[in-house]
Write a protein that binds this ligand. Structure first.
Ligand SMILES: Cc1[nH+]cc(COP(=O)(O)O)c(CN[C@@H](CCC(=O)O)C(=O)O)c1O
Length: 303
């Protein structure tokens, strides 16, 4: 992992190696954290954070769902993020704001634990490996379902949700796949351990509905917006597992994953087993924004 000089913790910028928490923190025992994954890009017009306002709002939403009172305003969090990026002298980086329940008293009851806030930044290349944005990845359908509705809320980006993601990821890696795709409890396609998914068939672009145990991602939003602007029909719909096997194209989207083509699923080849034309044009339009800084949709915050 590419360490940076400083991590912001509760208002202070401290050395990376000193950014520690107590073992008796509630979060260590009960997974009581919420977080965001944000990218700052070194665009031709300068460094810019993609979807900053949206990520901070989703962090706020996650805190509301888990009844966590974040002790900083959205403005203060944004300023802290920008300050941390600049202190660490990043031109581009990945940003991880984290809110967690600290010390106080153990036991499930979270209300007696303190609320702590940290912001880490580091340089993080392509999420699923080098050259995958062009060559794609091999994935499998997981034997683990995505979170069941009304159990762990998938719209909250909470640490505990990623225990399900870890099971999906470990199972995929054990069989030499780059990623696992989970179905929802009804057997319809949901999402990857850390990404949303899109399926292209006969020129129509499909993606699971936001109520199908997914984290409704901003990259998913961006891809849907760009696709509609380009004249594609985009459908949020139930996608049966077998649709994956007869798709013309499949790709994953996420802040870390960006737009990653899928070249095979459960050893079934997808299309020509490489990035398809629809995936390529969407990837080109998405990356053009973060590379050139030309921002027709006002998604960038220049710092
Ligand atoms: C479960 C999940 N689903 C969808 C997405 C896509 O959301 P968005 O980034 O807003 O387009 C992410 C982001 N995954 C983040 C964390 C990855 C990690 O390993 O940690 C990310 O991509 O930053 C998820 O974790």
């Amino acid at each position: 992992m590419n360490k940076s000089a400083k991590i912001w913790m509760n208002g202070e910028l401290i050395d990376w190696n000193d950014a520690k928490i107590h073992i008796m923190s509630h979060v260590v025992h009960y997974g009581s954290s919420i977080f965001e994954g944000i990218r700052c890009y070194d665009t031709e017009k300068g460094s810019a954070i993609l979807f900053l306002d949206e990520h901070i709002k989703r962090l706020r939403d996650s805190s509301k769902i888990y009844r966590i009172e974040i002790p900083y305003s959205e403005k203060e969090l944004k300023e802290a993020i920008i300050s941390t990026i600049k202190t660490n002298e990043h031109k581009s980086c990945y940003v991880r704001p984290l809110v967690y329940r600290g010390q106080g008293a153990l036991g499930v009851n979270p209300y007696r634990a303190s609320i702590e806030v940290a912001i880490a930044t580091w340089e993080w290349g392509t999420y699923l490996g080098d050259d995958v944005l062009e060559n794609g990845v091999d994935v499998r359908v997981s034997s683990w379902s995505r979170l069941a509705p009304n159990t762990l809320p998938s719209w909250a980006k909470a640490g505990g949700n990623y225990l399900n993601s870890q099971l999906i990821k470990m199972e995929a890696l054990m069989d030499d796949y780059a990623e696992g795709l989970a179905l929802d409890i009804n057997g319809y396609v949901s999402e990857g351990s850390g990404e949303n998914i899109f399926v292209v068939r006969d020129g129509i672009i499909y993606t699971p509905m936001s109520a199908q145990s997914i984290l409704p991602g901003f990259t998913r939003f961006a891809v849907m917006h760009i696709a509609k602007k380009l004249g594609y029909e985009v459908r949020e719909s139930l996608i049966p597992r077998e649709a994956l096997y007869v798709a013309d194209e499949v790709f994953l989207t996420g802040t870390a994953a960006e737009i990653t083509p899928v070249r095979s699923i459960d050893k079934y080849p997808v299309g020509n087993e490489k990035r398809g034309p629809v995936t390529e044009v969407l990837q080109h339009n998405y990356l053009k924004i973060v590379q050139t800084g030309e921002d027709p949709y006002n998604w960038l915050t220049f710092i």
